[in-house]
Design a protein. Structure first.
Length: 135
């Protein structure tokens, strides 16, 4: 039987939190270099967003360079959850208030630490709900 990975080791959680905050700042400033460097440069990387189904790093990059600079859709954060498993896998989930709307947004990222590359997002998703969940 294999041993379960250590959950939410403090140093790993903080490392992921810093990377996530760097990514969020780059979204606002449209820093394509930081955005690109956050993602695994692979045809297997996926990013579903509001107006994008990015299959592979190249498609994700093309969307980034065509996106207009602006404040983005996030008005206010409601809940941020980071889960780390060992020191090489993490998920980040953010619930936020959509700018100028009653809608609730959700963002998720799966991060993997590659020995030669460091931490990279391998999968990401952004979606919006019409209203606050009832449960």
């Amino acid at each position: 039987m294999t041993e379960s990975p250590e959950i939410n080791r403090r140093d790993v959680v903080e490392e992921i939190r810093e990377l996530f905050e760097r990514y969020e700042s780059a979204l606002i400033s449209k820093d394509v270099g930081v955005l690109d460097s956050s993602f695994w440069e692979s045809p297997h990387t996926i990013r579903y967003a509001m107006h994008e189904n990015g299959y592979g790093f190249d498609e994700i990059h093309q969307h980034r360079v065509s996106r207009k600079k602006g404040p983005g859709i996030k008005e206010q954060r409601r809940r941020l959850e980071i889960l780390t498993l060992g020191d090489s896998l993490a998920t980040v989930n953010l619930e936020f208030q959509v700018r100028g709307s009653e809608e609730i947004g959700r963002q998720s990222q799966t991060w993997v630490r590659f020995p030669e590359l460091g931490w990279k997002v391998v999968s990401a998703h952004v979606s919006i709900m019409d209203q606050q969940p009832r449960w």
